[in-house]
Ligand binder design. Sequence first.
Ligand code: ATP
Length: 319
Amino acid sequence: MIRIGVVTSGGDAPGMNAAIRAVVRRGIYLGIEIFGIQRGFLGLVNGEIIKMNLGSVADIIHRGGTILHTARCDEFKTEEGQIKALRNLEEYNIDGLVVVGGDGSIRGAYELGNKGFPVIAVPGTIDNDVPCTDYSIGFDTAVNTVIEVINKVRDTATSHERTFIVEVMGKNSGWIALEAGLAGGAESILVPEIQYDIEQVCNKLIRGHKRGKLHSIIIVAEGSGKGFEIGEAVKAKTGFETRVTVLGHIQRGGVPTAKDRIIASLLGAEAVNLLVQGKENIMVGIKGREVNFTDLDRIINEKKEFDFKIYQLADSLSI
Ligand code: ATP
């Protein structure tokens, strides 16, 4: 293995730059040439490939986004697209590829692996919906971004004695809502993994109000309902003033937390180690403080388990 490529794909996530830096620096440390593929699988299909050196990853560990850019690429989902990508990898004499991205990107990595090209996947998505890893790169920063907003919303919610609905990202995954809800002390956490009952949500608000609670916060993952509709429903059932904040893309940006940078450094460097050892078609993830390894065919066939214990804990602490 003398030439390795690195690509960031799917939605950008804070910490992807730290992962790119780790791949480049570990590779160069081991005497390997590293190539950056720009714009995700789109750049792989179109041959947007650049040589990386120590300087190309200087001063990026603290920056959100990805210096290689990212994109969604439907062409890569087709056989022809994947063959074009393989031809480009061959043209640059690249022997192995590190793919940093979410479940879709890991599926793309699996397809390349299936065609005989050595790949290692690194989970990078704020959604934290990749199975067989506790965390994916970007999740911790996104949760902290939501917490910052909840802290601010609490001030105004208390002053005006209002109920706030905060809608966060997570079409199929309630992880951001879950952890931000627990850490932010939300009254209710609505996630796609659990059916909610608006009556119960409202009864909790009413109980709190009777006890003299000055504000309430409901956190909603976008996959479990629209914040504005939930706000209307709560107002109709309780008569309380509601306000809705939809966070959207601010959750994707920002300075990555130390935790995200550390995870990205560990996983990026380990991905290079694996390729150098001749390993392929594996995802490198994190369990506790340990790096772990899972075959890509398992990753694409499994769903990440939701943490019901944490959900129940948050529920029991917000009675
Ligand atoms: P996020 O979780 O942040 O949305 P993601 O990696 O899941 O990130 P997707 O848009 O699902 O984002 O996937 C990124 C890219 O991976 C797609 O644009 C496509 O190029 C590739 N991809 C997704 N699914 C497949 C598939 N089944 N086969 C081949 N490539 C795929």
